[in-house]
Design a protein around this ligand. Sequence first.
Ligand code: SAM
Length: 262
Amino acid sequence: MEKITSSLEVSAKKSLGQNFLVDQNIIRKIIQAINPQAGEYIVEIGPGQGALTEHLLAAGAHVIALEKDTRMVEPLQKLSAKYDNRLRVVLGDALEQDLTQLSDQPLKLVGNLPYNVGTQMVFNALKLGSHIKGMTFMLQKEVVQRITANPQNNHWGRLAVWCDLYTQRQKLFDVPPTAFHPRPKVTSAIVSLTPRADKKHQVDDTKLERVLNKSFTQRRKMLRASLKGTLSIEQIESIGIQATQRPETLTTEEFCKLAHLL
Ligand code: SAM
């Protein structure tokens, strides 16, 4: 990989979750996980001062960078000029962007994301279908645990069920606070989400949302209590689930079966 020495020109704003990557070994590992290819289109959420962006460009990719902080435009424009204008900077809130309008090419979605943007971004991206080839995100480690959890685990919940329904999930590695400037208080982790060609199980999403919200709002409660008024004990047990089970014991398929009963 080409050696790139980055320097930080802009001070960090806490309100925008700005913790800039400065550890070149970690940056290299993240780039290997993204595996950028010449000619492909990559959307980077929150490029900041370009710690990851420059490596994506150096690999020959086209990068569409969605950034909220106007102070980043200048350093990013300089980068674009250095790499044949293959970097397009879109200023604004990434959560309000319709990603399908950015390019008609299939996109890779990547980013070192602030916590609140991260979970919402994952939810938004899940349903974009074949427009998204793959996603590689850095998030708070606890959020990655909630994305990659399986049943019988404390972290298994709405986020994991939706991600499992739409993608193949893989936690790649942890990133310590020392990799950033300024250092965050928490450990981060890299997660890869590869969209499935078809949803893992056929289900009406609105119904599934209802079942998941009811089930996990009070996750200590048994299904017969949390689904009271929505599904009867007889209905729950008609598909081989015990009404005394707690939501964290159910698989994605079982939640989909419950949704079918609505
Ligand atoms: N990618 C850079 C790096 O790794 O050094 C910066 C990562 S920093 C954790 C997160 C970046 O996301 C910041 O540049 C911040 O300004 C940007 N950001 C925060 N909220 C955003 C939003 N809603 N839409 C787009 N960018 C956002």
